[in-house]
Structures are given as structure tokens and as C-alpha cells.
Write a protein that binds this ligand. Structure first.
Ligand SMILES: Nc1ncnc2c1ncn2[C@@H]1O[C@H](COP(=O)(O)OP(=O)(O)OP(=O)(O)O)[C@@H](O)[C@H]1O
Length: 311
């Protein structure tokens, strides 16, 4: 279990993490999602004792990282996979880690196997590892102490499609063993396939903490695409739906996207107002869409919504 309580980190005038309170439970994969610069890496660094919180606390099984007696056996992490010494092989790197933590050398071969690094790749010097191999090596390092809590920061970075599938299977298997698995990503599609629970942050603040299926369902139920040849009538439809509490955004030159109203209701209102329609389509929800909706206020390029100015 990872527990964040009022976790806050400021760098000068920048608030990277802003009063984050959340529990990350064992036995499932928790996706940690947010736009670039949202504060995901900084949060993970505080869990790992690499950054000191400005306020609040980050606990691993109830204790701050610095109070863990055998850290490698209690929490494993992949943060920046490019940190390996250029002249040292992956195997030597892991052996050194194992030695200084009282872990037997045979565990090194085990985790190299788990990470899919065959003999040759494990003996290459750090400088000649591809990013994908470095990611796998980083994951091998995280698994070395067989810890119950794992943090992977953007683990699919640099991996080919096989590697991506491997990460998906590995994280799910680790969670199925009852471990706490936190995986950060800005790839919503990846999280849709991997995570059970999603924590979404924007500008350091918690935006959502919910099961993936719930987030998708919320966005799926809510969006309807409407197209028609009468801009003024369509604008009137948009106004009326906005007045009923829906969110209406323009879609191309002749359409609207309506969230917060069912397709039946949109059709009925159009009929009442005599609006000619060329299309009325309930949109299939995806996590991508849910993510865009959730983080719309926390990214600089967010599009505005239209209400009374609807075309
Ligand atoms: N050491 C630091 N000094 C100053 N500012 C920092 C430092 N580390 C992070 N930041 C700032 O804190 C904010 C959050 O950064 P962070 O790397 O945690 O975000 P992220 O969600 O991991 O983003 P990305 O997906 O781009 O890695 C950013 O505005 C970043 O510029």
C-alpha cells in the first residue's frame, strides 16, 4: 500500500505536486496518468525518498521511505532507466546492487530472466544498451528484492510492441500476486489496457481516482455527435441543451458534440425545435476521451466550450 497525505512539493515558484491525498491499494494495477509536467515523476520521487515533500507525507506500508529497514525488499522502482554506468554491463550493475543489499547472486539471473534479457544483452556495456533494453534492466533492478510495492515511471518508453505487451502482462501478474503496482503514463490507451484503477492528476492536483471502467463509462454515456445543415438552428439546439445542463462543443463546421445528455434527449429537443439533422451518433467512450475531458482545465491548449455563442 502506498499512502499519500496532503503531499505537496514546490520548486521555487512552481507547485509540482499540490496537496495530493490518495491510497494506492495492493492487488491491482493503478495507472498514474497526467499531461506532461503534471507532477507524476515528482510524486514517485517523494515516495522513494529522492525528493523531500514541502508538506504532507508519502508512505510505503505506513512508513516514510527513510524509515524502511530493507528498502529494496519493500519497494522497487523504475524511474530513469538511462542511469546505468556506460562501461558496466547490466549483469554487473545488478550484481553490485544485490551485493550491497545482501541479495544472493542467483537472484540476479532470475530477474534478468523475468525481464526477458538473455545472456548476451545482460553482458553488454551500459553505453550500448537500447532504451528498450535499459527499461528492461531497470525493471529487473526493481524486482531484485522481490518487493511488495512497485513503482514504474513510464515503463513502456522505448519498448517495441512486444515489449509493451510484456509490460502489460508483467504488471498484471505482479498485481495478481497481491503487490501494489503504480504505473505512470501519459498514454491513455496503454492505461486502458493495463490498469484497474486510475489516478489522474493535472498541475499537481488530483483530478480523478476511480476504476478505469467507471471513467470510460462516464465518458461513454455522455457524448453525442450532432450534425446538421442549419448553423443557426444548430446553435439554438446547443443553447437549449446547455440550458439543460449539457456541455456543448463545436465539431467541425456543421456539428456539435454534446456531453451530459443522452442521444434520445438530443433527438427529441432537435425535433421540438424543428432542427434538421444529418447525423445523431452516440460516441463510443474511450479512456482517451475521458482523459481529455478530465484534464481539459489543466493543459494550456484546452479548447473552450460553446454555450450561447454556439454556431
Ligand atoms: N528539480 C526540479 N526543479 C524545478 N522544477 C522541477 C523539478 N522537477 C520537476 N519540476 C517541475 O515540476 C513540475 C512537475 O514535473 P514532473 O516531472 O513531476 O511531471 P510529470 O508529470 O512526471 O511530467 P512528464 O510526463 O513530462 O515526465 C514541472 O513543472 C517541472 O518542470
Amino acid at each position: 500500500m502506498i499512502t499519500l497525505r496532503g503531499l505537496t512539493k514546490r520548486f521555487g515558484g512552481t507547485t509540482a505536486v499540490d496537496d495530493l491525498t490518495v491510497d494506492i491499494a495492493p492487488g491491482r494495477v493503478t495507472g498514474f496518468l497526467g499531461p506532461n509536467g503534471a507532477g507524476k515523476s515528482t510524486t514517485m520521487r517523494m515516495v522513494l525518498g529522492l525528493d523531500r515533500p514541502t508538506a504532507g507525507e508519502a508512505l510505503v506500508d505506513g512508513r516514510p521511505y527513510r524509515a524502511l529497514r530493507h528498502p529494496l525488499h519493500e519497494v522497487g522502482a523504475l524511474l530513469d532507466a538511462t542511469g546505468i554506468h556506460p562501461a558496466r554491463s547490466g549483469r554487473a550493475h545488478l550484481r553490485a546492487m544485490a551485493r550491497s543489499n545482501g541479495i544472493p547472486p542467483r537472484r540476479v539471473d532470475e530477474v534478468l530472466g523475468l525481464a526477458g534479457l538473455d545472456g548476451r544483452a545482460a553482458d553488454k556495456p551500459g553505453r550500448s544498451l537500447s532504451l528498450g533494453m535499459a527499461q528492461r534492466l531497470g525493471i529487473a533492478g526493481a524486482l531484485l528484492g522481490d518487493p511488495p510495492v512497485l513503482l514504474f515511471d513510464e515503463p513502456v518508453n522505448g519498448l517495441d510492441p512486444d515489449g509493451v505487451r510484456w509490460i502489460r502482462r508483467l504488471t498484471r501478474a505482479l498485481a495478481a500476486e497481491g503487490r501494489t503496482v503504480l504505473v505512470s503514463s501519459h498514454l491513455m490507451s496503454e492505461m486502458e489496457q493495463t490498469a484497474d484503477q486510475l489516478i489522474v492528476i493535472g498541475r499537481g492536483r488530483l483530478i480523478a481516482d476511480a476504476p478505469v471502467a467507471e471513467l470510460i463509462a462516464a465518458s461513454a454515456a455522455a457524448s453525442v455527435l450532432v450534425r446538421g445543415p442549419q448553423p443557426v438552428a444548430l446553435a439554438a439546439l446547443g443553447e437549449r441543451l446547455t440550458a439543460e445542463g449539457a456541455t456543448v462543443t463545436p465539431h467541425g463546421a456543421d456539428g456539435l458534440t454534446v456531453s451530459g445528455a443522452a442521444a434520445d434527449r438530443v433527438g427529441d429537443v432537435a425535433y421540438e425545435l424543428g432542427v434538421r439533422m444529418h447525423e445523431l451518433t452516440p460516441m463510443t467512450g474511450s479512456l482517451e476521451q475521458a482523459f481529455m475531458e478530465l484534464t481539459a482545465d489543466s493543459v494550456e491548449y484546452a479548447g473552450g466550450t460553446v454555450g450561447s455563442e454556439a454556431r
